[in-house]
Ligand binder design. Structure first.
Ligand SMILES: Cc1cc2nc3c(=O)[nH]c(=O)nc-3n(C[C@H](O)[C@H](O)[C@H](O)COP(=O)(O)OP(=O)(O)OC[C@H]3O[C@@H](n4cnc5c(N)ncnc54)[C@H](O)[C@@H]3O)c2cc1C
Length: 265
C-alpha cells in the first residue's frame, strides 16, 4: 500500500485584535499586527498528524504568502510535519479566493501525489471559507467540510468524517484523494516536540517556490486573477454595556423593567 500523504494548507494571519486594513488599498496592513498560525489550521495539522500516527506516511505543509511566514510554518515541522512548501512571490499578492486556490493547486500539482488536503474551516482575516471548496473544484475531487473527526479506511480508499449539525451529527464519506476542512477547536493541537525543534527551526526543510517555479497562467494569479475586490470597509459601532439601577417596591420594579424592555424592543 502506498504511504499516506497529507498536505495541510496553513495561512499565517494577523492576530484578530490587531488587524488594521489600509484604507487606501483595502488590503490588510500586515506590518502593524503580530501574526499567528490561523487557529483552525492548527486543528487541521493535528488531524493530519493523528492520521500519520495511526497509518504512517508523511505530512506536508503548504502556504502562500510572504517570506516572513517561514518561522511560523516551522512550528508545523516541530509538531510533526515532514516538509514545508511556501509559495512566495509579489505577483501572488492581492489574490482573492479564486486566485489563491488556483495558485495553491498549482503548488499541490508540483508537490505530486497526495491522499488528503487539509484546510482550516476559515481564516481569521478574510474569513470566506471558500478556499477548501475552491481547491476541491480546481482539483476535481471530493470534499468533506467543517469536519471535527476523521478516519480513513484500512485500505486507504475513502475518508469518513463527522460534522456537527443542530441536534446531532452527520457522518460523511468521500473517496480519496479528497479535501477536508476542519472545524475550529475540534481537537487539541499537540505541543512542539522538543527533539524535533533543532531540525525544524534550522534544517533544510522548506521549499520556496516563486511564480517562475510553477506552471502558472499569469492572468490567473494575484490581482489580475482576482475578480473579487474588497471595495469598502466600515467600522461596526461597538455598543458598550449600560447599567441602570431600578429601585422601588417589587411591583414598581417589575413595571419599570417591563417599560425598559418595551423601549428597547
Ligand atoms: C476583509 C477582507 C475581506 C475579504 N473578502 C473576500 C471576498 O469576499 N472574496 C474573496 O474572494 N476574497 C476576499 N478576501 C481575500 C481573501 O482573504 C484572500 O483571497 C485569501 O487569500 C483567501 O481567502 P480567506 O482568507 O477568506 O480563506 P478561507 O477560505 O477563509 O480559508 C480557509 C482555509 O484555507 C486555507 N488557506 C487560505 N488561504 C491560504 C493561504 N494563503 N495559504 C495556505 N492556505 C490557505 C487555510 O487552511 C484556511 O484555514 C478578503 C480579504 C479581506 C482582508
Amino acid at each position: 500500500m502506498p504511504e499516506l500523504h497529507s498536505i495541510v494548507c496553513m495561512k499565517i494571519t494577523p492576530k484578530p485584535e490587531e488587524i488594521r486594513v489600509d484604507p487606501q488599498t483595502m488590503l490588510l496592513d500586515r506590518e502593524t499586527a503580530r501574526s499567528e498560525i490561523n487557529p483552525p489550521d492548527m486543528n487541521a495539522l493535528e488531524m493530519a498528524l493523528v492520521l500519520k500516527d495511526q497509518h504512517g506516511g508523511r505530512v506536508s505543509v503548504l502556504s502562500m504568502g510572504p517570506p516572513f511566514f517561514e518561522p511560523y510554518l516551522r512550528v508545523g515541522l516541530a509538531m510533526g510535519a515532514d516538509w514545508v512548501y511556501l509559495l512566495s512571490d509579489r505577483k501572488f499578492a492581492g489574490a482573492d479566493t479564486l486566485a489563491t486556490t488556483y495558485t495553491l493547486v498549482q503548488g499541490i500539482k508540483q508537490i505530486g501525489e497526495f491522499d488528503l488536503i487539509f484546510c482550516g474551516e476559515e481564516s481569521s482575516d478574510g474569513a470566506t471559507g471558500q478556499v477548501p471548496p475552491g481547491l476541491a473544484e480546481w482539483l476535481d475531487i471530493g470534499q468533506l467540510t467543517l469536519i471535527n473527526l476523521l478516519e480513513i479506511s484500512d485500505r486507504q480508499q475513502f475518508a469518513r468524517g463527522r460534522r456537527e449539525v443542530k441536534g446531532g451529527y452527520e457522518i460523511l464519506e468521500v473517496p480519496l484523494p479528497a479535501v477536508v476542512s476542519v472545524k475550529t477547536a475540534s481537537n487539541e493541537p499537540r505541543f512542539m516536540d522538543y527533539d524535533r525543534k533543532p531540525w525544524a527551526f534550522s534544517g533544510d526543510n522548506i521549499t520556496v517556490w516563486t511564480s517562475a517555479d510553477l506552471d502558472l497562467d499569469p492572468q490567473l494569479i494575484g490581482l489580475p486573477g482576482s475578480p473579487t475586490i474588497v471595495t469598502g470597509l466600515a467600522d461596526a459601532p461597538i455598543r458598550g454595556r449600560r447599567r441602570r439601577f431600578v429601585t422601588g417596591r417589587p411591583d414598581e420594579i417589575a413595571q419599570k423593567l417591563a417599560d425598559l424592555i418595551g423601549e428597547a424592543l
